[in-house]
Design a binder for this molecule. Structure first.
Ligand code: NAD
Length: 493
């Protein structure tokens, strides 16, 4: 075990970590376990219980029971519970950052400097919103005493991917809890550690039993029964577009509301009057942050022809200097990808892209890191060629981007909007009027100006088309999404 780990992290990893159901740590009914692999070394770092339908049934039933009292608490009481949880998370921020870096392979500097603090802020943000929110609105109708009453749904199910386990938990689950719902969470099989550690801290913070439940396990064994359970009142899914379509269809059978936050293939349009250094920093950062495993990141770089050569020279030099290493090492700027399978996928795209006629602007691919032989490291690669190329068309989810030169605004917009994905794009130019015009014509949930990957409290975020339905992250809209509208009316004549 890594010597730099906190005693709490060591203790936590030094056991078969059970499921968390009804405020109790339980081994799965079937007795199955899964080994959790450190992507930086390929070594097993922990073993977790792996559940199935029986565990899900117990979790949903207990969450349903807990809903009866949790939903009756005043917003102030719920906020007090959540603020206590935030304090607990804060007191163990280093342990959380280490577990996240070990589990996902992400650079500790990012986990410690961004993921964990941002996630903790989110708990406080929704605690505050719960207190300030409107739980009703009167309607000004003729001959009618009428109003809207907003009430929580009941048990909300969450199915998460592996790239931002802690933040996705906070961003999605906290608004649901703050609104008075109880939750059953299925983390990704590959990266359940911080979700389980949050349960330990929730228990210590006094969150009532049954309000938060975590069942680890495979998609079909845990995710599907969670969706199909009659007492699950809504589902929030974050993951790939392919699985998202299946989830939507299962939710449609019930039917229950289903929020989908899916894949992306974001474009960045860089005009020749852009601040070159900023564009280079933002876009190199876009594919090295979390080793490019970021749904909303920019992986199609559209560069105006006059700027193309200068951009390529600067960005390749910047990417070559990226320090690649094990996630847990504070000096690492970019860790490995999450798994052997993901490494194979990212390298396979490189092969296919080249076979289809792309040219390498920056040679990357499999790379060895001294002293960490078994890790799943990939050096950043950049390709250029036809927009028909598979690497322009499909989400790779690794440190890779595809460059295309464009002549004018019209051509750039056509390229941006040529795919079915619609998550996030950006535009870089000193001409803000042009930036705003282009931003408005990008068909997606988010358009960013002179920056990429922009998140702030109060700024809604979501996708359209193949990138999802709904969304929200840290804004009042997300909070209200976890309340259902009930109209109450009394005719006066
Ligand atoms: P995935 O779709 O393979 O898996 C996501 C989750 O779904 C996992 O927990 C998995 O076990 C579960 N699952 C799989 N099959 C299931 C089934 N039949 N029934 C129920 N659950 C099932 O995605 P991934 O590979 O873990 O994550 C990467 C993807 O997530 C990328 O496409 C990325 O763009 C996307 N993502 C999107 C956002 C967003 O905000 N839009 C955020 C993060 C990641």
């Amino acid at each position: 075990m890594n010597d730099s780990l906190t005693p709490q992290a060591k203790d936590f990893l030094n056991q078969t970590i059970p499921l968390f159901i009804n405020g109790t740590w339980l081994s799965s009914e079937c007795g199955n376990t899964t080994d959790i692999i450190d992507p930086s070394s390929g070594q097993t770092i922990a073993t977790v219980s792996s559940g199935d339908e029986k565990d899900v049934n117990l979790a949903v039933e207990t969450a349903d029971k807990a809903f009866r009292s949790w939903s009756k608490l005043s917003p102030e009481e719920r906020a007090e519970h959540l603020n206590k949880l935030a304090d607990k998370l804060q007191s163990e921020a280093k342990t959380l950052a280490q577990l996240e870096a070990l589990d996902v392979g992400k650079a500790f500097v990012n986990a410690d400097g961004f993921d964990i603090p941002f996630g903790i802020d989110c708990v406080r943000y929704y605690a505050d919103l719960a207190v300030k929110a409107d739980y009703g609105a009167s309607l000004d109708l003729e001959d009618m005493d009428a109003r809207i009453h907003r009430a929580p749904y009941g048990v909300c199910g969450f199915i998460f991917p592996w790239n931002f386990p802690f933040d996705l938990f906070m961003w999605n689950v906290m608004p649901a809890l703050a609104a008075g719902n109880t939750v059953v969470i299925k983390p990704a099989e590959l990266t359940p550690l911080t979700s389980l550690y949050v349960c330990k801290l929730a228990e210590e913070a006094g969150i009532p039993a049954g309000v938060i439940n975590v069942v680890v396990g495979a998609g079909r064994k845990v995710g599907t029964p969670l969706i199909e359970h009659p007492k699950t009142r809504r589902i929030s899914f974050t993951g790939s577009s392919g699985v998202g379509k299946q989830i939507a269809s299962m939710c449609g059978q019930r039917p229950i509301p289903c929020k989908l936050e899916l894949g992306g293939k974001g474009a960045a349009v860089v005009f020749d009057d852009a601040d070159l250094d900023n564009a280079v920093t933002q876009l190199a950062g876009a594919i090295t942050l979390n080793t490019g495993q970021v749904c909303c990141t920019a992986t199609r770089w559209l560069i105006q022809e006059n700027l193309y050569d200068a951009f390529v020279e600067k960005v390749t030099s910047k990417l070559k200097s990226t320090v690649i290493g094990p996630g847990i090492d504070p000096k690492t700027e970019m860790g490995p990808v999450v798994s052997q399978a993901q490494q194979d996928t990212v390298l396979d795209y490189l092969d296919k892209g080249l076979t289809q006629g792309a040219t390498a602007v920056l040679d990357g691919g499999k790379v060895d890191v001294e002293g960490h032989d078994g890790g799943y490291y990939v050096a950043p690669y950049l390709l250029t060629g036809s927009p028909e190329n598979i690497c322009f068309q499909e989400e790779i989810f690794g440190p890779a981007a595809f460059l295309v030169k464009f002549k004018d605004e019209e051509e750039a917009l056509e390229l941006v909007n040529s795919l079915e994905y619609g998550l996030a794009n950006s535009v870089f130019s000193e001409d803000l009027e042009r930036c705003n015009r282009v931003a408005e014509q990008m068909v997606a949930g988010n358009s960013w100006i002179n920056a990429h990957n922009v998140f702030a409290y109060g700024l809604p975020y979501g996708g359209i088309n193949m990138s999802g339905v709904g969304g929200g992250v840290n804004c009042p809209e997300t909070f209200y999404d976890y309340l259902r509208d009930l109209t109450i009316a009394r005719p006066l004549v």
